[in-house]
Ligand binder design. Structure first.
Ligand code: KIV
Length: 306
């Protein structure tokens, strides 16, 4: 089939047809090439990169510069997927003007197609201003990792009737502000499905059940590439980390025993060229061997004179 670049109308049409939307994170060029080839609709350059790529304890320390650099690498590896740049903590909360400027940087400097930011009703005015500047916005509600400290940990959100109602109000506020899609993170599946049905824009779930209009997972979680923790919402489709460790162990062992490199990994020189080089080189080496003691001798003489 003739593949085309994924657009927002294409995502909205998928929701209308009841066809699930696929999203996955990617943070670098080879990752982007792989997920694009696999056929995802959206590639999210998530601020989860702070934890799975940069080794931070949470997503809070991630900076605009880090996001833009990784987003630009993903752009270079993407032909078809719609690229979402995740706005890092404090890049959009301080004031609306700064939020619009930073959202614009994702499009201008890193080639993202849209941005994502966390928060519901309280972010509606910001979303509206960014959209008014011509920048598509994806919302993110439920468990919002940038506010993990305020939420008291990575807990399921929307578990009481009032929390579920707040979730619906937040989703409707984001939709009214012009968001083109909303991530629902770690919310009860019945609530997610209910909210999804109330919206004309798609929901993309992570730990939010099968009733969302689409699903997203973190690249490293799905591939078993990073195993410091495995969230319940994740499904590992591969277990890469032990494969990587095993391969590197084998390399270490083969280098230590000179089993690597072999002739297959090495390059040749013509016999005649090598013999000419070897005879010139032995002359050079010999003259250097003679000159080293001489120069040392001179140094010693000079030392004595001082
Ligand atoms: O940063 C991220 O990877 C995300 C997803 C978990 C939705 O925001």
């Amino acid at each position: 089939m003739d593949r085309k670049k994924v657009t927002i109308p294409h995502l909205h049409a998928k929701k209308q047809r009841g066809e699930p939307i696929t999203m996955i994170t990617a943070y670098d060029y080879p990752g982007a090439l792989a997920v694009d080839e696999a056929g995802v609709d959206l590639t999210l350059v998530g601020d989860s990169l702070g934890m799975v790529v940069l080794g931070y304890e949470s997503t809070v320390p991630v900076t605009m510069e880090e996001m833009l650099m990784h987003c630009a690498a993903v752009k270079r590896g993407t032909q078809y997927a719609h690229i979402v740049g995740d706005m890092p903590f404090l890049s959009y909360q301080i004031d609306v003007k700064e939020a619009v400027r930073n959202a614009g940087r994702f499009l201008k400097e890193s080639g993202a197609d849209s941005v994502k930011l966390e928060g519901g009703t309280e972010m509606a005015a910001t979303v509206k201003a960014i959209v008014a500047a011509g920048i598509p916005v994806m919302g993110h509600i439920g468990l919002t990792p940038q506010s993990v400290s305020k939420l008291g940990g990575y807990r399921v959100q929307g578990k009481t009737h009032s929390a579920a109602r707040k979730l619906l109000e937040d989703a409707l506020a984001l939709q009214a502000a012009g968001a083109y899609a909303i991530v629902l993170e770690t919310t009860p599946e019945r609530v997610s499905e209910f909210v999804s049905k109330q919206l004309s824009i798609p929901t993309i779930g992570i730990g939010a059940g099968v009733g969302c209009d689409g699903q997203v997972l973190v690249f490293h979680d799905l591939l078993g590439y990073f195993d410091r923790f495995s969230p319940r919402h994740n499904k590992r489709y591969a277990n890469l980390r032990p494969i990587i460790v095993e391969a590197v162990k084998q390399y270490v062992q083969e280098v230590s025993t000179r089993a690597f490199p072999t002739a297959d990994n090495s390059f040749t020189i013509d016999d005649a060229e090598f013999e000419a080089f070897a005879s010139e080189a032995s002359d050079i080496a010999q003259s250097r061997r003679l000159s080293v003691p001489l120069s040392n001798e001179r140094e010693r003489e000079r030392e004595k004179e001082r």
